[in-house]
Design a protein around this ligand. Structure first.
Ligand code: MG
Length: 477
């Protein structure tokens, strides 16, 4: 397997011995007890592939995440289920492509404050799954899977919720005489009348976004300390660095990358506090921490959006920059430290967590995830060999092994309609050419055919369900 081990011979020898003696029950601790591990998923919003120093950014300095990556695994081919917020989150929490739950649409790409729908009751969220294993569950941060009561986290498997129900740029409330540019590039919380919820109750409106990241981290640390005796699942979905950008005063002006860098560095600081809490409480020995992002950078916002690094395009697109994201797995003593260039996806986290919690996967529905535990704990090959790149309900591209085939390409957030339906699909080797520059379809017709067959097979087993994003009331937004 093409895994690059970090640095030392010691690590290499541990890795090799790990490959030779495979553990079967990954949830057992060193004493062999049956205790199941805690799970923390930290999910940034619109953080691009190139926005952390451990992924190559030269002026956003993220020492806490870099340390996590060094002590754990940094994945370089990790994908989200969609390139925008709502369907991406649905994919992570259900382990299924969003088309299966109706959480993607060709009419509206995400849910809005006047949307009627949300995550259907019959979907099993990761929180509902882990509740079956006796986990205490908490959602902190942005939800965006429906703001009506029945769709909120506490009615979908989470014991508690603290956060904003949709994106931080919604409920847009531009005062007279303030330009649109000003409201985003010099944002004030009152320009966005976003509610802050505690469980089902609105506790602040507009949410003071200057202190949201800080308050999310404080809530996360409180939850960890209060639940150290039970297995817990914490889903910490930061509202940022989605525009408009806000940071607490003590983090402002700290990054050479400007406000966007300050925001990312504040998130990094909070990650450090969470890791420190786990160490202080001794929970680091029994907690999996995953850090990733919901989609690529929002390039339309220029310096207020992030960077996909060497990847092409960003949020909203099915180019690599839209759907390939940073992903770090940390669990000292358990996860074999490495840089992983195998494929993985947020769709797989449902399987990974179920495996760790000794829970069977639902058998009454198609699941789209793979169990990544053999990679995490034994440095074996990833069972994920493909990825389908949906835009709304349509497959625009598909990856099989090193090769990615584009049927349709389209950027987003430009005034020009640049959707191109390729009569002869474009083929890229994204291992050799991660920037998707060199179309090699003519040289590899058998690969084109193979991916095409895979897509046909996938389409044949997808049952379209009700579009949850289509219906909106006539209210503002
Ligand atoms: Mg997003």
């Amino acid at each position: 397997m093409k895994t690059k081990l970090i640095a030392s011979v010691l690590i290499l020898s541990i890795a090799i011995s790990g490959c030779q003696t495979k553990s079967v029950d990954y949830s057992r601790d060193d004493e062999g007890s049956k205790s199941v591990p805690n799970v923390i998923i930290i999910f940034a919003d619109d953080l691009g592939y190139g926005d952390l120093s451990c992924y190559g950014h030269p002026t956003i300095i993220t020492p806490q995440l870099d340390k996590m990556a060094f002590e754990g695994q940094k994945w370089t081919n990790f994908y989200v289920a969609a390139s925008v917020c709502t369907p991406s989150r649905a994919g992570l929490l259900t382990g299924r492509y969003p088309l299966r739950s109706g959480m993607c649409s060709d009419k509206n790409r995400v849910l809005f404050p006047n949307s009627v729908g949300g995550i259907p009751e019959k979907e099993i969220t990761l929180a509902e799954q882990l509740k079956k294993g006796g986990y205490v569950t908490a959602a902190i941060g942005k939800w965006h899977l429906g703001h009506q009561k029945k769709f909120l986290p506490i009615n979908n498997g989470f014991d508690s919720y603290f956060g904003i129900p949709y994106s931080n740029d919604m409920d847009y409330n531009r005062p007279e005489g303030v330009s649109k540019h000003e409201t985003f590039w010099n944002a004030k919380p009152e320009y966005f009348n976003v509610p802050l919820l505690m469980n089902e109750d609105e506790i602040e409106r507009p949410a003071n976004q200057n202190t949201l990241t800080k308050r999310y981290n404080e809530a996360a640390i409180k939850f960890i300390k209060e639940n150290k005796e039970h297995p817990f699942f914490l889903y910490l979905a930061h509202s940022l660095p989605h525009v408009p950008l806000f940071a607490a005063e003590e983090h402002l002006g700290k990054s050479k990358r400007g406000l966007f860098g300050d925001v990312v560095q504040e998130i990094d600081y909070g990650v450090g506090q969470i890791i420190e809490t786990l160490k202080e409480t001794g929970l680091d020995k029994n907690t999996l921490v995953v850090f990733t992002s919901d989609n690529g950078p929002w390039l339309w916002y220029e310096d207020h959006g992030g960077s996909a690094g060497l990847l092409h395009d960003g949020k909203g697109t099915t180019w690599e920059g839209g759907m390939r994201v940073p992903a770090i797995f940390w669990w000292p003593g358990k996860i074999k430290p490495a840089v992983i260039d195998e494929m993985g996806s947020t769709l797989d986290l449902f399987n990974v967590c179920s495996k760790l919690a000794n829970l069977d996967l639902p058998e009454d529905r198609i699941m789209d995830g793979f169990d990544l535990c053999p990679v995490l704990f034994d440095l074996e090959q990833s069972p994920r060999k493909n990825m389908f790149y949906y835009r709304g309900t349509t497959i625009y591209a598909a990856r099989q092994g090193a090769y990615k085939l584009h049927y349709i390409t389209e950027t987003w957030y430009t005034k020009d309609d640049n959707k191109i339906i390729h009569e002869n699909p474009l083929l890229f080797n994204v291992e050799v050419d991660p920037s998707e520059k060199y179309n090699i379809a003519d040289q590899f017709p058998e690969v084109v055919k193979s991916i095409d067959n895979m897509v046909k097979q996938h389409k044949a087993e997808v049952i379209q369900v009700k579009d949850q994003l289509a219906e909106r009331t006539k209210d503002k937004q």
